[in-house]
Design a protein around this ligand. Structure first.
Ligand SMILES: Nc1ncnc2c1ncn2[C@@H]1O[C@H](COP(=O)(O)OP(=O)(O)OP(=O)(O)O)[C@@H](O)[C@H]1O
Length: 916
């Protein structure tokens, strides 16, 4: 073996080209500069006196990157909640913050989140460092946009995890995220199923709209998430300690960098927050800005018991908000709304109702009435792309009317809303505050109008007074009211879908009232039920029964949370059905009698009649972690067969109109295909419509026994037995019956299952009448006649068959063509997307990697948001207004002219990339 002779060649320093040298040098300088900045920042934070009055963000100990982000988003002056809470959060304290709606709570937690990761020198390889949990997808998206807006000069990667898209797509990129904005169900799903996702390093956990998270039954999910984030299970790990000088409200802290910090924010605080605070917060500092402003007491209290602070009774309303209410009979509410809309055609308004079925009904009927301003609707049973599309279109509109459920009541920041109309009474004052808070946001003005039924007025007024809210009563002149009943009847008469929607809207409204816990406001027995049904165009009030089973399922989580609260109240809630039955007239309260055998469990669901949709049900289901929130499709589905029953009520005594007869006809096949498809042979209609909640429709078929009435928890309609055996004849008026012999003959024959044909004179004959035997014999041999008959008909059938096949083929081809078109469009969109997302790997999803370079403001293009699976109502939405391109990034501009979310996420790639 030989070795190389001579000394080995000297290993001198590798010569680098001047450009590389320059880069290394400048990087070193940058690092040095950053080190110095970080040291200075740490010092400034430690020395900062949280009670120092702040007028600009620059007075806060913030990094230059964050300050640049704020500046480019035009945020210069911190709002009170920001000025008060940010210094404390920066010092590593857990915070329980509350401030009025629209007061800037989002930045109050995003700024400290960015700062904390920056101080920790968090880098792309460090994994997950911060998690923000939002109760709804829309809010998560909005928060993501805000993060993108102010975090554009940082180098963190951020992602949106909100479900509604492929889990796999999200999983592929999840592990590279530093910050996640998520809805709880989907996040937990990832925690459970995404291999390699390390959650132990999470430094900041934010619970936004915390009380809403609880309302929606997310407590078990949150508990599980916190357990995942905290190695060794549950409980906060922060070692920071706070000393608050009560005299000066100065909080000094010592923070252990490795500790997890939790920030919990809400516009209102409920006692339920105690549970969540105990679960997640460690020696929190309670910050109640409104209390502070109101009475000048310390706004910062590290000793306050979360959820029991004075905030719960002192939440103030935005300064620019004017609040009104009007008392309108239930059956005139739509008239009132219509009149209001017609006299405010230049407004941007949000209308809140209590269930998605009502949203659909109002949207569909008002759309047909052409209100004169763009109409939109938003509820939780729409598919995700639809929700986003509507959310963005409404944000960008200056004149529009959005009809929605409480899904839009919290956190959503629609710019420049003039009016918030609460068409259905909110479940409580907190909900009222959240709803009305969609207007008059951050120093802008706005008005709120709440429509109350006469029976709701006293109770609601009392609740407002208890919270110190000043809501002025106004009267709506009769001349300003619409007169819609006739038109509604027409719609229902012509379009069975509308009638069906009306029935469902009716029942879901009744159910929502029934489920409300505050019975001093919500009293089902006081409602003019028949008149209400008529106002929806229905011929009579559908009959309802509520059984607790569905509610129990729905409320598994929420029930636990609220049970204590409910028990006391359950007694006062019960409605005595039997009593009513005796005293009410035929049409008064039938169909809404409520048996509250399971009232306690029902009660625990109060306020949720609406919220079937509220939650990320999809993700919850996927995750198999359905919580109480999910009055979602899940419970809708499973509840259908056994639960509430709706039947067309008939009053035999009353004079019937042509509408009545139309609705009561046997051939319910004229109803929507989905309706008829569900009619089973025994006359029970099972509503398997995924988005129809808790209803089972029982077709009131005149030849069929009324099925399923009675039994535990059912509501027994007054007319249940009386109408159980109606014949066709009984359903027609005498006048009609006398119209002619042939008609009568037809009816007789029809009812006996025969087909009739009419001769030239109008006489009715059986379709297959027996020929006279002699005449038949004269025509020849019977067998020969039979063969001849068969041959002729065989030929006819062959011809018919050719035509049928042709038609079927054309239909198939048409279908195929449409599918191909659709696929082509999708491919095109994907291609555009991948062209544009050149920094990104993989395809779409509600989730993007947002590593990026500092923005030079040049922005990027975007593909349009695909809307592949919109719900039925999407047909009605014009796509023409969708933003497809976006050349400019407008950050947190008040106009909110953002492109679609995917655009924005793509844009974020560039904005957040690289160091500043
Ligand atoms: N410092 C600021 N300067 C100017 N505008 C701000 C500032 N902070 C927040 N805003 C704007 O105020 C509006 C409301 O902010 P945000 O949505 O954070 O309010 P919120 O308190 O979270 O409301 P809600 O309780 O309804 O969720 C947003 O449009 C936001 O851009």
């Amino acid at each position: 073996m030989s070795s190389k002779a001579g000394p080995s060649a000297p290993r001198g320093k590798k010569q680098r080209d001047p450009h590389t040298q320059q880069r290394i040098k400048s990087n070193a300088l940058k690092r040095k500069g950053q080190d110095e900045e970080l040291d200075k920042l740490r010092r400034d934070i430690a020395e900062f006196n949280p009670s120092t009055p702040i007028t600009t963000f620059t007075e806060l100990p913030l990094s230059s990157r964050t300050l640049r982000g704020l500046r480019s988003s035009h945020f210069t002056t911190p709002t009170p909640i920001q000025a008060t809470s940010i210094p404390i959060s920066l010092q590593g304290q857990d915070v329980l913050g509350s401030a009025r709606t629209g007061s800037g709570k989002t930045l109050a937690f995003l700024i400290p989140l960015l700062e904390r990761l920056y101080l920790e020198r968090w880098g792309p390889m460090d994994g997950l460092g911060a998690v923000v949990l939002s109760p709804t997808r829309e809010l998560a998206i909005q928060t993501f946009n805000a993060l993108r807006s102010i975090g554009g000069h940082h180098t963190f990667s951020a992602g949106l995890v909100i479900g509604g898209k492929s889990l796999k797509d999200e999983q592929d990129r999840l592990q590279r995220m530093n910050i996640l904005i998520a809805t709880p169900g989907r996040l937990l799903q990832h925690f459970d199923s995404t291999v390699g996702l390390d959650t132990s390093g999470v430094k900041v956990l934010v619970l936004d709209e915390a009380d809403r998270l609880l309302d929606l039954g997310f407590l078990p999910t949150l508990r599980a998430i916190i357990q995942h984030i905290t190695p060794g299970g549950g409980g906060p790990t922060s070692k920071s300690s706070a000393q608050v000088d009560q005299a000066t409200s100065i909080t000094t802290t010592t923070t252990t960098p490795s500790g997890r910090q939790t920030l919990l924010f809400s516009a209102t605080q409920s006692p339920n927050l105690v549970q969540l605070a105990k679960l997640s917060l460690n020696s929190p500092v309670t910050i109640d800005v409104d209390q502070h402003l109101q009475d000048g007491t310390s706004s910062v209290d590290s000793n306050a018991t979360p959820g029991q602070s004075s905030t719960s009774t002192s939440t103030l309303m935005p300064a620019g908000l004017e609040q009104f209410y009007a008392v309108v009979d239930l059956d005139r509410k739509l008239d009132a709304l219509w009149g209001f809309v017609k006299s405010h055609l230049k407004m941007k308004g949000v209308v809140f109702v209590s269930s998605c079925k009502q949203v659909r009904f109002i949207f569909e009927t008002f759309r047909r009435l052409h209100p004169g301003l763009p109409l939109m609707h938003l509820h939780g049973k729409q598919k995700q792309p639809t929700r986003l599309d509507i959310f963005q279109r409404f944000s960008q509109s200056t004149v529009a009317l959005l009809v929605c459920t409480d899904i839009a009541s919290r956190g959503l920041d629609f710019p420049l809303v003039d009016w918030v109309i609460q068409l259905d009474c909110p479940e409580d004052v907190d909900m009222y505050i959240h709803r009305v808070g969609r207007t008059a946001r951050y120093q802008s003005g706005g008005k709120g109008l709440t429509i109350l039924c006469p029976s709701e007025e006293e109770g609601m007024k009392k609740r407002w007074e208890e919270k110190g809210l000043e809501v002025k009563r106004i009267r709506i002149k009769e001349s300003k009211m619409g007169q819609l009943q006739q038109q509604m009847q027409n719609f229902a008469f012509r379009d069975p879908e509308i009638k069906y929607m009306g029935q469902r809207a009716f029942v879901s409204y009744m159910k929502s009232v029934h489920l409300q816990k505050d019975k001093s406001i919500f009293d089902l027995t006081q409602l003019p039920i028949e008149a209400f049904a008529a106002s929806l165009g229905l011929p009579g009030a559908p009959q309802i029964k509520f059984i607790g089973q569905a509610h129990q399922k729905k409320n598994a989580a929420r029930g636990k949370l609220q049970q204590e609260d409910q028990k006391d109240k359950a007694q006062g809630v019960k409605v005595n059905v039997a009593g009513e039955k005796e005293t009410e007239t035929a049409s008064a309260k039938v169909g809404a009698q409520v048996e509250l055998a399971d009232s306690e469990s029902d009660e625990s669901e109060v306020g949720s009649g609406d919220e079937d949709e509220e939650v990320d049900s999809e993700e919850e289901l996927e995750a198999g972690k359905v919580d109480g929130d999910s009055e979602s499709d899940a419970d809708d589905d499973d509840a259908d067969a056994k639960d509430d029953v709706l039947t067309s009520k008939k009053d035999k005594q009353a004079v019937r109109t042509k509408y009545d007869r139309m609705f009561e006809r046997k051939n319910q096949g004229v109803l929507a295909p989905h309706f008829s498809a569900l009619v089973t042979h025994d006359g029970v209609v099972q509503d398997g419509d995924e988005d129809d909640g808790f209803l089972t429709l029982k077709e009131r078929d005149h030849t069929l026994e009324a099925v399923g009435l009675g039994g535990e928890g059912e509501v027994e309609g007054e007319t249940g037995d009386a109408t159980s055996k109606l014949t066709s004849e009984e359903m027609l008026s005498k006048r009609k019956l006398k119209q002619g012999e042939s008609r009568k003959a037809m009816l007789k024959l029809k009812s006996s299952g025969h087909k009739v044909i009419f001769d030239d004179a109008g006489g009715a004959h059986e379709m297959y009448e027996m020929e006279d035997l002699d005449d038949f014999a004269k025509q020849g041999d019977a067998e020969a006649q039979r063969q001849e008959y068969l041959a002729v008909n065989r030929e006819a059938m062959k011809e018919a068959d050719v035509v049928d096949r042709q038609v079927a083929r054309e239909k198939r081809q048409e279908k195929k063509r449409k599918r191909k078109d659709r696929e082509r469009e999708e491919r095109l969109a994907e291609l555009q997307g991948s062209d544009e997302d050149d920094d990104e790997e993989g395809g779409g999803g509600g989730f993007r990697v947002t590593l990026g370079r500092p923005s030079d403001g040049s922005g990027s293009d975007s593909g349009s948001d695909t809307d592949s699976g919109d719900d039925d109502n999407d047909r009605n939405q014009s796509n023409s207004t969708r933003p497809t391109k976006r050349a400019r990034f407008d950050g947190g501009s008040k106009e909110g002219k953002s492109g679609d979310v995917e655009d924005e996420e793509t844009l974020a790639l560039r904005l957040l990339q690289g160091s500043a």
